[in-house]
Design a protein. Sequence first.
Length: 479
Amino acid sequence: MKQNYLDHIFDEIDPTIHLDQEQKKVVTTKGDLLVIAGAGSGKTTTMVAKVKYLIEIENIDPNEILLISYTNKATEELIERIQKQLKLPIDILTFHKLGMKLLKKQNPQIELNAKPIIKKYLDQVKKEKKYSLLFHTRKYRTKKNDEKLITLCETFIKNYKMKGKPNTKLPKFWKTFLYQLIDYYDDYLTSNNKIDFEDMILKATELIQKKQVMFPYHYIMVDEYQDISKDRFLLLQSLKEHYQCNLIVVGDDWQSIFGFSGSEISLFINFKTFFPQSKQLKITNTYRNSQELIDIAGAFVMKNPSQIKKQLSSSKHLKNPIILVPYQNNLSKQLQKILERISKMREHSTVFLLGRYHQDFNIQLFPFLKQTNSKIIYSKCPNLEIEFLTVHSAKGLGADEVILLNCNHGIYGFPTNKKIDPILKAVESIDKSYPYAEERRLFYVALTRTKNHVYVIYAKKNPSPFIKEMKTMKTIDKI
């Protein structure tokens, strides 16, 4: 009965979707669970199936299930699949919307702040002629504006709230200035019954710890758990402790790439330490990449011994899926050759041009290309649907073919050698487990966006260290 149900779980919306054995085990396993999912392994499908199974087989009330994802876009996709297609009325929220929902129960008038608090504070201290401020912050100001200083302060406060106290000592002036600013900032919010995005999570956690809110959910499912930050983790931990919920989290530590915005990979890797009764399962069959590609990409990312070991499998095979493309002087010519090669492969292809930074693609350098909004057109190859994305924004997406630009050595290369501001370094999550640890995972994400080939473009005289490593693997350097 159960096996037959699982074999036909999606028949009502798409009979071509089938769960593999690892996915079925995730769906039927009870209790707290960490699901380690490979790139392209169907983790969203698995989570949707888990929700359906809980309601239809375990007879769990839909009102007792909460699904949390990180972005509005991700929640919209889950709402489409679960609420609209399958007609399962569970709550699907971002962490921030969950926090706001809990806070509104306690304080219905509380609102998100929209006013520039930091600018107001800086104007005030300048009016009071606090020359120490003007002297010590001169690096971040111009005669015309304080935008750079305001951005620094906003980022510091955001990361400070997400992580807690700085992990390194701050210079005396900056410690005094920033802590006074934080006091002013929080006093302003409190006196005006406002909160910022970080407070949505922090203040909700305080209410949970005091058991001052009703929490109707018995099952909490979290998508993209590899992006978990300390404040979000403490929210989940508090819910687990005070409301004894089942906690089911899904993610891939190989794709943890948001340390700059607060995510801490150790909270994923050490999940069982924090939740000792939890089980750990893997889903390792990938439906996007060829076996040959994931063998290379997996070996690359597992050079870091801190990453969780897993062997991904694919029924798809493709000779030479990773092609290294050097250029001497003419980057434009090499890109043109790649696009024309792709155009000849099939009637229609989606193509991602990927860069480590937005500046890696400048349409003016490629006279054969035209751009309309996000669409890039090569008139000679009208069967190509071309789009430029940064690797960070491409996470979770896939294309028929991928071209990775600017894989060079340098400050804005890949891996980046851009220095973190020493003030922000105090509140950043930096993975020091291995050289270029997060950049290595980011490169893995870039490689695994393709359904077929990845063309990695680099300057022959200035290759990235990742290129040198790729050359020791089963890659080719000709097109």
